[in-house]
Design a protein around this ligand. Structure first.
Ligand SMILES: O=P([O-])([O-])O[C@@H]1[C@@H](O)[C@H](O)[C@@H](O)[C@H](O)[C@@H]1O
Length: 323
């Protein structure tokens, strides 16, 4: 059976939901999976090869155990058997936010050459980047490793990669697919906010800002308390709702991996009449994103099969927040 061999960067909640999802949907008939077959690949064809992390408590473990290691707190919805997939030393650089500095493995960080060697040795096809928001340098070092190892790269966080002409060129010249930037949840705040913006705009409403206020208790929210890391996330979040859209993220520990989003749009309708739309959404954050991650790796592998290199613009437009 042809497989989609995936290496993951950052064994956090999103990877936990993704790994569980592959088990949950292996049979192909469970509900709430957007695409049982995507780009010619079934979920059962997705397999993990190696995982990179810098958290001392996750290193050396099998991926099936590391996904349950704190501070991960994603919902458990599938039993994951021993996978034989090791968590190995990752690249540190700016890959860890201020709230997690004490979790880092003191033995030091891997180099892009180390990472590339793992990717080649494990026969990896696609590298999936789930570093914390704000990890621009670390993302670029991993992207370099993927290029050296002949892998496709899927950038699920808001580092500027797919938006960079230089990185697009490098992947195009290498004949390797690039997807990004910043994974959009299959059902999440960005999807709803943009759907509302589109519905109002198509009705002739002139939008004048609003907000997207988020609360949650996972490490993403810890990380987003840092202003410069939050700035990178804001840049990919909302488009088309007017310049004065406020985006905020509050860390609320008891919520664990649940996310609440308050979305508001201010506008002016027919005859200049003022209008307001308010919406509240609560989801389990990481499982909400895993469906699009599953699609992204399968599209990346299909492009690799067909020798299509460079930015996959159409697919990125569907699955990612900023292209
Ligand atoms: O799509 P959306 O709900 O606005 O945003 C999501 C984030 O809230 C989530 O933490 C992350 O894991 C997803 O990849 C996505 O970025």
């Amino acid at each position: 059976m042809t497989t989609v061999n995936v290496a993951v960067i950052g064994v956090g909640n999103c990877v936990s939901s993704l790994v569980q999802g592959v088990e949950y949907y292996r049979g192909g008939d469970a509900p709430s999976l957007p695409h049982p077959v995507c780009a010619g690949y079934a979920v059962s064809q997705v397999r993990f090869t190696v995982a990179f992390d810098v958290n001392a408590a996750k290193l050396g473990r099998d991926l099936s155990e590391a996904i349950w290691t704190p501070p991960n707190n994603a919902r458990s919805f599938a039993a994951v058997p021993h996978l034989g997939v090791p968590v190995v030393d990752g690249i540190l650089a700016d890959g860890v936010g201020p709230g997690s500095a004490d979790l880092i493995d003191p033995r030091g960080s891997a180099t892009p050459e180390d990472v590339a060697a793992h990717l080649v040795a494990t026969g990896t096809h696609v590298v999936l980047n789930f570093l914390p928001s704000g990890a621009q340098q670390a993302t670029e070092l991993y992207a370099r490793a993927a290029l050296d190892a002949g892998c496709a790269f899927v950038n699920c966080m808001p580092a500027v990669l797919a938006r960079s002409p230089e990185w697009r060129r490098r992947f195009a010249e290498a004949g390797l697919p690039l997807l990004g930037d910043d994974l959009k949840s299959t059902f999440g705040a960005t999807l709803l906010h943009r759907a509302l913006v589109d519905a109002l705009t198509e009705s002739g409403v002139r939008l004048d800002g609003g907000y997207q206020l988020l609360g949650g208790g996972n490490m993403d929210f810890v990380n987003l308390q840092d202003a410069s890391r939050m700035a990178s996330k804001k840049a990919t979040k909302v488009t088309g709702a007017g310049a004065s859209t406020h985006v905020g993220a509050q860390y609320v520990p008891f919520m664990e991996d649940r996310k609440v989003a308050y979305i508001r749009l201010n506008g002016e309708g027919f005859g200049g009449s003022p209008l307001e739309v308010e919406l509240r959404m609560v989801v389990e954050d990481s499982p909400s994103a895993a469906g699009n991650a599953l699609d992204a790796v399968r599209h990346a592998k299909a492009a690799l099969d067909q020798g299509v290199g460079g930015l996959l613009e159409e697919v990125s437009g569907l699955l990612m927040k900023a292209v």
